[in-house]
Every structure is written in C-alpha cells, then in structure tokens.
Design a protein around this ligand. Structure first.
Ligand code: NAP
Ligand code: L37
Length: 295
C-alpha cells in the first residue's frame, strides 16, 4: 500500500493566507507593517535562494521585508554592528541572519547579539531555554513546520513513539522538545547511535534531519508510521542537472509508511510559512497586542 502524501506546499499556502489576514490587521491597528530584516553574508547559492523566497513571502503576506546582503569578507564586528542597529530599529520586528556564516565570523556570538524578542529563527539561547522549560518562546521555524504537518496529519500526538534523527540546535533538538511537549515518547538519534535501523523501526513518528541523501531505507520504517523528511540534498540527476532528494529513500519508504512528506514540497515551504508566523508573533508582542490563538 502506498502512503498518503503530506503536501507541505498546500499546507504552507493555506497558512500564509491566514497569516496575510493577521498581517493586514496588524498594519491597520498599528499604522505600520510588521517588518522582517534578513541578513545574508556572502553568496552561498542555496542560502541566496532561501533568503530570496523568505523576502518574497514576507512581502506577499503584506509585511515589510528589508534585506541586507553583505560581502563574504564582512568582519564579525561589522555584522555585530548591523545586528545592533536592527535591534534598535522600531520598524524591525524580526531579525534573521541566514547560516552558515563565513569562517571568520562566530555564529554563536552573532545569534546571541540578536534581541531575543526579535529572534524569529528561535536560535538565541534565551529562546532555546524557554522552549526547553516549556515557556513561551520563539521556536525554530523548521521544527515548528514539522509539528504543524504532524498535527494536521495525526491530530493528538500523545503517547506516540517519536524518533528524531539529528541533534542540531536548528532542527533536531528543538524538534525533540516540541514532540516531548506533545507528550510523545522521544528518542534522539545521531551519528553515534547503535543500530539506527532498529531504533527507527520502533517509531510511530520518524523525523529525519541528517543531511545524508536517502539514508533512511524502506525497511527502517514501521508499517503505517508518519515520516517527516527534513533533509535537502542536491544529487546529480539524469540530465546532468542536480535534483533535490531528502534524507529518506522516498520510493521505498512510501510503500511502508502511513504518510510521508516529499522533498521538495514538504517541510521546506512550511519553514518559510513559519518564519512569517514568528515575525507576526514577535510584532504583536512588541506592539503589546494579542496575536490570534491559532496563528
Ligand atoms: P547538521 O547540523 O549537519 O546536523 C546533522 C545531524 O545528523 C547531526 O546531529 C549528526 O549527528 C546527524 N548525523 C549525521 N550523520 C549521521 C548518520 N550517519 N546517522 C545518524 N545521524 C547522523 O544539519 P541540520 O542543520 O540539522 O540539517 C539537517 C538536514 O536538514 C540538512 O539536509 C539540511 O539541509 C536540512 N534542512 C532543511 C530545512 C528545511 O526547511 N527543509 C531547514 C534546515 C535544514 P552528530 O551530532 O553526532 O554529528
Ligand atoms: N534561518 N534557515 C535559517 N538559518 C539557517 O541556518 N540553514 C538555515 C536555515 N534554513 C533554511 O532556510 N532552510 C530552508 C530549506 C529549504 C527551503 C527553505 C528554507 C525550501 O523552500 N525548500 C523547497 C525547495 C527549494 C529549492 O528548490 O532549493 C522545498 O520544497 O523543499
């Protein structure tokens, strides 16, 4: 039997429609649009594509996108000065510094310089800590998008065995925190995990965030499980061009899973929708307004 396809593109479009209504309400109430500042250092081609999509989606939702492209040789001090300026700018509700940063810049120092109230990526230690203790936090966009897809597919997640492969601060760890918050029994797997296929076979919910093309095979998947593929890997395609594949061997896994996200068109579009959501949440909080409950 073939798994249901979880259509992240459609889910993101629906969410962006609702966000646009809230963005209009915010603009009407405060007399200014919610503002997102993006910073891209250097010319990493994938990052350039993602940041361009983020700005475009911001504008389409009726918010203000301010892009700051910086040369690859930018010093840490120069980047920190820009972050400080954006922290003080009242028109800016969200600040996103796209990673990875060039080697001369310490990413952790830059992230920690972002005002936690404007940290729409949810990477600041204050937001990571708030998420870990279950307090109100700005939560990283990719795991937030995964959770949205899981809830719309499954409904109540409580009691499910969830396995997250990957323990990065951007995806794996916050994903595990969110699933724990939904009362899943959570296992975090990583490069030192013993017998990963066997660990995965116990998962009712399997989230793969590794960065290794098609690592998760069909026989690693429990029959009927829900599979969320976060991986974005470029591999050589048939016609000499590159194509995108996830961390899951899709053709195999879809024969076993109950539901599965494709790559592209799965988690990626949700990441962008959740960035708009976080920007609106930050804007409402800064303006002393209550954001809609279901945002
Ligand atoms: P990352 O920082 O490189 O982390 C990868 C994780 O995978 C690490 O925890 C690593 O374990 C683990 N790992 C590596 N090889 C493994 C193996 N053979 N078996 C088990 N675990 C292994 O990557 P990331 O930033 O979390 O991103 C993960 C993937 O998601 C990438 O493909 C990235 O492009 C993609 N991504 C997609 C979106 C989206 O919106 N769709 C957003 C962000 C990232 P150790 O900790 O032990 O090294
Ligand atoms: N803020 N975002 C921030 N900081 C980072 O350090 N890595 C990272 C990050 N990641 C990020 O923006 N990821 C991301 C990944 C994929 C998409 C968007 C954002 C996306 O739109 N993916 C499309 C395909 C795009 C393509 O053709 O390349 C998809 O359908 O999956």
């Amino acid at each position: 039997m073939s798994a249901r396809l979880i259509d992240g593109r459609a889910a993101a479009e629906a969410l962006r429609g609702r966000l646009a209504i809230t963005a209009d309400f915010f603009r009407a109430t405060t007399g200014r649009p919610a503002g997102l500042a993006t910073v891209l250092v250097g010319e990493d081609p994938a990052s350039a594509v993602y940041v361009r999509s983020k700005i475009k989606a911001t504008e389409e939702a009726g918010m203000h996108g301010l892009h700051h492209p910086l040369p690859a040789e930018t010093s840490e001090a120069e980047l920190l000065a820009l972050v400080e300026q954006l922290n003080r700018d009242d028109a800016v509700d969200g600040i996103l510094v796209q990673l990875p940063l060039p080697a001369q810049i310490d990413a952790a120092r830059v992230i920690d310089a972002i005002s936690p109230e404007k940290d729409v990526d949810g990477f600041h230690v204050v937001n990571a800590g708030r998420l870990a203790v279950g307090a109100e936090a700005l939560v990283p966009c990719t795991p937030l998008g995964c959770l949205h897809l899981l809830k719309s597919e499954i409904g109540d997640l409580s009691g499910a065995n969830a396995v997250v492969i990957g323990r990065s601060n951007i995806v794996g760890k916050p994903m595990a925190s969110l699933l724990l918050g939904e009362s899943c029994t959570v296992t975090i797997a990583h490069s030192r995990t013993r017998d990963l296929p066997e660990v995965c076979r116990r998962a009712d919910i399997l989230v793969a965030a590794v960065g290794r093309a098609e690592m998760v095979r069909g026989d690693w998947v429990k029959p009927g499980a829900t599979v969320i593929d976060v991986g974005i890997n470029r591999v050589p395609g048939a016609t000499g061009k590159t194509r995108l594949v996830g961390d899951v061997a899709f053709a195999e896994a879809r024969e076993v899973a109950g539901a599965i996200t494709p790559v592209p068109g799965g988690v990626g579009p949700m990441t962008i929708a959740m960035l708009l959501r976080n920007t609106l949440v930050a804007a409402h909080r800064r303006a002393g307004l209550k954001a809609p409950e279901d945002l």
